[in-house]
Design a protein. Structure first.
Lengths: 96, 225
C-alpha cells in the first residue's frame, strides 16, 4: 500500500514535470511558435464566438434592431441576421 | 441521465478527468476512465482490473507510450495556458461573463456556437468556456444498457468498466466518422481513426477482454441490487 502510494506520487511529480514543460514552452515561445500561436488563436476564436452570441442575443432582448447590432459589429445586417436569427436560445423574455 | 450514475461512478469520472489533465490530454476518453477506475481503489471494478494485471502507474506509463506511437494525443497546453500566451486571463473572462449574463446563458451560447448542425456560419469546434470534450458517450450508453439488462438501478464503477469493454467490442456505425467529428479529433491532436484507446491500453497488459467481461458480469450478479 505504502509502496503504491509512493509510486503514485512519483508518477504524479513526473507528469507534473511534463505539464510544466508544456506550460513553459507555451509561455516562453509566446506567439512565435506556430504550433502554440495557432492553437491560441483557435481558442480565442472559440471565446469570441460565445461572447458575440451572448451579446447579440442580449441586444435583441433589449430591443435593438439587427441593423443597429450589425453597425456595432462592423458587418452587414444581413450577416448578423443570417447568423443569429435562427438561434433557438433566448436570453431574456423580451418580445422579438 | 446523470441521475443514473452512482456517486462512486461520478467520482471515477471526475478522477478520469484529472488523469486526462495530468497527461495533458484535452479530452476525456475511455482510456482515462480506466485510469479513473484504477485510482478509486475501493471499487470492485478496480479489483477486477488489478486481478488482470493492471496497475495505475504502469497504465499511466503505457498511455504515455501510446502517445509516442500516435494512438492517443501527446501533452498539449490547455486553453487557459494558450490564452495566457496572449495575455488573456480565461478565468477572469469566464467570471465576468457569467456575472454579466448567467452561467446558464453562457452554457446555452456555448452549445449554440459549437453545435454541429448550424448553417455553416462561423462554427467553432469548441470553446475555452466549456470543459474538455467527452468522447465517452458510447461507453456511458453501453454502461446504462448493461445496467438495464442486469437489473441495476444505478450505474456503478463496475458497469462503467463493462461499458468500456462493450465500447471496444461493438462495431462503430459509419455515421460516427463524419466531417465534424474528424475535425474535432484533429483539433484535439488525435488520429481520425481514434475509437477510444482502451483497447490498446488493456491489450498492452495482455488482458483477455472476454475473460475480463465474464469476470465483471459474475461480480455484478453477486452485487446486491
Amino acid at each position: 500500500m505504502v509502496d503504491s502510494q509512493r509510486g503514485s506520487t512519483m508518477v504524479d511529480s513526473m507528469s507534473e514535470t511534463v505539464q510544466n514543460e508544456v506550460t513553459a514552452v507555451a509561455a516562453a515561445t509566446g506567439s512565435k511558435d506556430p504550433e502554440v500561436a495557432l492553437a491560441a488563436v483557435a481558442a480565442l476564436r472559440g471565446l469570441v464566438e460565445v461572447l458575440e452570441a451572448l451579446n447579440v442575443e442580449h441586444a435583441r432582448a433589449e430591443g435593438w434592431s439587427w441593423e443597429a447590432i450589425a453597425t456595432r459589429l462592423g458587418v452587414t445586417k444581413q450577416a448578423v441576421h443570417k447568423k443569429y436569427a435562427g438561434r433557438r436560445f433566448r436570453l431574456g423574455r423580451g418580445s422579438r | 441521465m446523470r441521475d443514473r450514475f452512482a456517486d462512486q461512478a461520478r467520482r471515477v469520472l471526475d478522477l478520469a478527468r484529472e488523469e486526462a489533465d495530468r497527461l495533458g490530454h484535452r479530452y476525456l476518453g475511455p482510456e482515462h476512465v480506466v485510469l479513473g477506475l484504477l485510482r478509486d481503489d475501493t471499487s470492485a471494478g478496480a479489483a477486477v482490473l488489478r486481478g488482470h494485471g493492471l496497475e495505475l502507474e504502469e497504465a499511466r506509463a503505457e498511455l504515455g507510450r501510446l502517445a509516442e506511437r500516435g494512438i492517443v494525443a501527446g501533452p498539449r497546453p490547455s486553453d487557459a495556458e494558450l490564452l495566457g500566451t496572449l495575455g488573456i486571463d480565461l478565468d477572469a473572462v469566464r467570471q465576468r461573463t457569467e456575472q454579466a449574463f448567467s452561467p446558464h446563458a453562457v452554457q446555452q451560447a456555448t452549445r449554440e456556437a459549437t453545435r454541429a448542425r448550424r448553417l455553416g456560419i462561423a462554427r467553432v469546434p469548441r470553446t475555452p468556456l466549456e470543459g474538455p470534450p467527452l468522447l465517452i458517450g458510447r461507453m456511458l450508453h453501453f454502461a446504462g444498457e448493461r445496467a438495464d439488462v442486469l437489473g441495476h438501478a444505478t450505474v456503478g464503477p463496475e458497469l462503467l468498466l463493462l461499458g468500456v469493454l462493450d465500447d471496444i467490442s461493438r462495431p462503430w456505425p459509419r455515421c460516427m466518422s463524419n466531417r465534424w467529428r474528424r475535425r474535432l479529433l484533429a483539433h484535439l491532436g488525435l488520429p481520425t481513426s481514434y475509437r477510444g484507446a482502451a483497447r490498446p491500453l488493456l491489450e498492452a497488459f495482455g488482458v483477455d477482454l472476454d475473460q475480463l467481461r465474464d469476470a465483471l458480469i459474475a461480480r455484478l450478479q453477486g452485487i446486491p441490487r
